[in-house]
Design a protein around this ligand. Sequence first.
Ligand code: NIG
Ligand code: FE
Length: 408
Amino acid sequence: MRADKVIKGISQLASPIGAGPKHGSQMSELAITEQAAIAIADGRVVWAGREAAWQGEAHSTLDLGGRAVVPGLVDPHTHAIWAGSRLADFDARTSGVAYEDILARGGGIRSTIRATNTATTEELVALARPRIAALVASGATVIEVKSGYGFTPSEEIRMLEAIQALALATRARILPTLLIHVPPADREKRAPYLDQLRSELIPEVAHRGLATAVDIFVEREAWQADEAERVLQCALQHGLAIKMHAEQFHSVGGLETALRLGACSVDHLEASMPHQFALFSGSRTVATLLPGVSLHLGIACAPGRKLIDAGAAVAVGTDLNPGSSPLFSTASALGLAVRLNGLTMHEALVAGTANAAHALGLSDAGRIEAGLPADFAVLHGADWRELLYTMGANPVREVWIGGEKIHT
Ligand code: NIG
Ligand code: FE
């Protein structure tokens, strides 16, 4: 076998095995190869295994000198494009005002919408670039980015255009999602707004290929399950994948609707109930946990352990956003899932790689395997578990995308 490059000196190569989302106990099945090597040609892995077993020839060889390698992380849930700041909200919250009360008074998400609407598209891209760079530096090679701070159809389109420009400015693979975030504050305007989303915004987004999925926030202060159903049905009719922010603060339902419609993922679940856990078993819908929100807002932690024990395929993301999760490290999100959601370290790595890829409808990311893009993270340490153990410093030394070491 001929390769362009061989990476040697890998103390441990840790990767999920085989295609498909990993449910329940499958989330513990990680392949850990000691003294490993990876051979790369044309940006893809052509061989991976024990270094001693490599028989081929390579144009160049790199020796990592005994460091652990994991697949490029997949961050399946971010709101990385926004303008303005929510420091005043944080001040209010730490003085006892609830996140939802701030939102109900026209602050929170609605204040970020106002700030985002007044920024130019170039400013939005410039603000987002270092955020994406931080996620990549923490090991992410695939990142989902949502709109949702635009509100009007034309502003949502502008946010998606900014995400398109952002995607061209990074080596990471960016997956754009149209987020139908909050409804008009005036109850009477809700139905006409929903009609406009279905007749204008979603068709235009699909037609122009501006998003691969449509997401909707179902919550007391946001949309109801029946409204979400109409939006998601419309998305499906236009060939878009669907997702849902569900059961974040209150168990208001919605999760069942998303599962019935075949959503790629249902995200948050902090307030989900025991009878809902088993619904994920055997379902293609991934349950995505966002522990940064529990840490930052001090709300309940999503029942990750119980979901996995009930047979769910669980993923983890940062939910990077200005209000509920200012978390700029995908690796840290995984470490928090171990500490706050009860995942084992094996499960957390699967949640942040193979399962996170499936939460985005991707089957060619999140594993180090012949035929897949050569996207991986090299750690400072020799043990892959450093990725999840380290707090406050970056455990990731190098990030490789398409077989090239990138500069973040
Ligand atoms: O995932 N839940 C709604 N949306 C975001 C929060 C966005 C914000 O606070 O700006 C979330 O938590
Ligand atoms: Fe979110």
